[in-house]
Design a protein around this ligand. Sequence first.
Ligand code: GSH
Length: 228
Amino acid sequence: MTLKLYDLALADPEVRISPFCWLAKFGLLHKGLDFETVPLRFTDKENYPDQDHGKLPILRDGDEIICDSANILAHVEKKYGGEPFAATAAERAAADFYQAWLGANLFSALGPMMFVRVHAAAHEADKAYFRKTREARFGKTLEEVAATSGLKDRIETALQTLSAPLVRHKFLGGDAPNISDYTVFSPFMWQRCVTSETLYETPQAVAAWQERMLDLFGGYGREAKRAA
Ligand SMILES: N[C@@H](CCC(=O)N[C@@H](CS)C(=O)NCC(=O)O)C(=O)O
């Protein structure tokens, strides 16, 4: 039976932005699994397979409903085996580091730039909900969040660090992509699907890795529809 991944969509149902959904999709692709995606908007909650969870991605695998990208990756690793997400303890340790680095250095600076842009591309029916929930989180308007000083510099500093492994290695996983690559690349898919603006300078080694990531799985990321 084909797996179904419930995937966050904007005004255009083909524009799928969520970094957590992207992580789950890269995980399914890495495992070579057939899956279909089902677009759901922020306020489509009655159609979420688990309304209590209320967030995407959610995976339906036969009778099983799996919520949260980390649980989805663990589920497919356990049930389907195949190419591991991290082959050794050293790769798992590196993946833990990249996840922590991402949260502290990239997400925390990219997120504030993105929310106002996600709002602009969201469905009319979602806009008020999106603004209210995110402004409650930050205690500021989306526009004030986007105007936080130093975001560009923080991202550029983070990307200088990220370029260190990528100068010497094709992927964060070494010669081939692993979970570290999917984890770190997913927020860049978020950005790519929401906006075509150049928001900051990207070091050459990082840009070249991003192109390799876009080419994976027959260009799955490259082909993804972007907001107009
Ligand atoms: N820890 C969760 C986070 C999922 C999450 O925050 N998803 C957001 C989209 S990026 C969402 O569905 N938000 C719905 C909402 O805000 O109502 C995971 O890794 O799957």
